[in-house]
Design a protein around this ligand. Structure first.
Ligand code: GLU
Length: 394
């Protein structure tokens, strides 16, 4: 049953909005779509004139740089993509600056790398910069710092980045503009499929976690493309921080304005969780790359999942990967499935040495003691816990 009644109240009350524009919206195959950029800049400028505070997360740097490098398709080689991003980012920003200044506004560029958001002081700096830009009426334009990002340590896609930025600036709404009308209830190519108006529990759509990478997977064949999967993951991440998301088409005239219309919002509205998780837990669940895995036995699984316990060395049966103390690791149950992730107190070598033993023997084994737990409860997030956050009334 469609529940459009929810839309008006939510969209009418937002003030701070992160707008994410995909490459398919702002670029053609190998350069910037100047007309579209100008039209969206005009829409955002109007929003700002009406009292919204807008942070723009824009993709398109790599695509925009291709033609200047004499390429017509995205190269496979990473250094070439990074070179394209270096060239294209300038072009993207000069378009934004020109288009926004035509509407009486100015932009500030914020390029982020994963490390910037993992490190507390860099994270706070990024937040302060954004706050100051917004306080001065400047529109921050954010992208990943693609030309220096290390492949293994990338945000991965700007959908994910946009959800993190929405959390960073405490936005009330994330608008992801793409080249489809929203989330379809079946393959978008089938005439019988239609756009889902409202998703009240995003975890119905994003059910399975990929144990190895920690990325969420869609139930097979249920919904659109891989591109939509990353948008849903971003919406889930935002929802758990208490942020509502609209996923809508950004390729036609007036699309942003339509997506924000309180009485007839275009696209799919993904409701925020009624009880968002703390910022710290959100970071552990969504913001951090995992550096290894700890597999646990049945007893430890039950202690963590059912009794709110911490992970002790005695419950660990296997350690994989190379990680330092303080890194984020994936916890696997006896069946090899991810059920939690957390910040580990000992590095991978030491975890391997003390796995299976009592906490009282840590000091004797390692020559130091950094706590009885491998992962303290405060540093652990159960994936099930996230799903429960979205249950109505929780
Ligand atoms: N940061 C990339 C770019 O500007 C886009 C990443 C994405 O496609 O989400 O080219």
């Amino acid at each position: 049953m469609s529940q459009l009644k929810h839309k008006p109240a939510i969209l009418a009350s937002v003030r701070r909005v992160v707008v994410k524009l995909g490459s398919s919206v702002v670029t053609t195959a190998s350069s910037i779509n100047g007309e579209r950029v100008a039209a969206i800049a005009a829409e955002i400028a109007r929003m700002v004139d009406h009292g919204y505070q807008v942070v723009l997360v824009s993709s398109g740097a790599r695509a925009a740089g291709l033609s200047r490098l004499g390429m017509s398709a995205m190269p496979v080689a990473i250094p070439e993509q990074q070179a394209a991003a270096a060239v294209g980012q300038i072009s993207l920003m000069s378009h934004y600056e020109r288009c926004f200044s035509d509407c009486g506004h100015h932009v500030g560029q914020v390029l982020l790398s994963v490390g910037d958001l993992h490190d507390r002081s860099r994270y706070l700096n990024a937040r302060h910069t954004m706050e100051h830009l917004l306080a001065h009426g400047i529109i921050p334009v954010v992208n990943e710092n693609d030309s220096v990002a290390v492949e293994e340590l990338k945000f991965g896609d700007n959908d994910h980045l946009s959800a993190l930025v929405a959390g960073l600036v405490s936005a009330e709404l994330l608008v992801i503009l793409t080249d489809v009308d929203g989330v379809y209830d079946g393959p978008p190519t089938l005439a019988s499929s239609s756009v889902v108006d409202l998703i009240e529990n995003i975890d119905q759509y994003v059910l399975e976690f990929d144990g190895s990478a920690g990325a969420r997977k869609l139930p097979s064949g249920e919904l659109g493309t891989g591109g939509m999967a990353s948008k849903l993951r971003a919406a889930a991440s935002a929802a758990h921080r208490g942020i509502t998301t609209v996923i809508a088409d950004g390729t036609s005239e007036g699309s942003l304005t339509r997506a924000l219309q309180a009485d007839s919002c275009a696209g799919t509205l993904v409701l925020a969780s009624a009880s968002p998780i703390s910022h710290r837990k959100h970071w552990i669940a969504y913001g951090m790359a995992t550096a290894g895995t700890l597999q646990v036995d049945k007893g430890a699984l039950a202690a963590l999942s059912e009794r709110g316990g911490s992970l002790l060395p005695s419950g660990v049966t296997a350690v994989a990967g190379s990680f330092a103390a303080g890194d984020c690791v994936t916890c696997l149950g006896p069946d090899g499935k991810e059920f939690a992730r957390g910040l580990v107190a000992y590095d991978s070598n030491d975890c391997a040495r003390i796995k299976g033993s009592q906490s009282s023997s840590i000091e004797a084994s390692l020559g130091y003691h950094s706590g009885d737990e491998l992962i303290h409860r405060d540093n652990l997030v159960l994936l099930e816990e996230l799903a429960q956050e979205d249950q109505p009334g929780d």
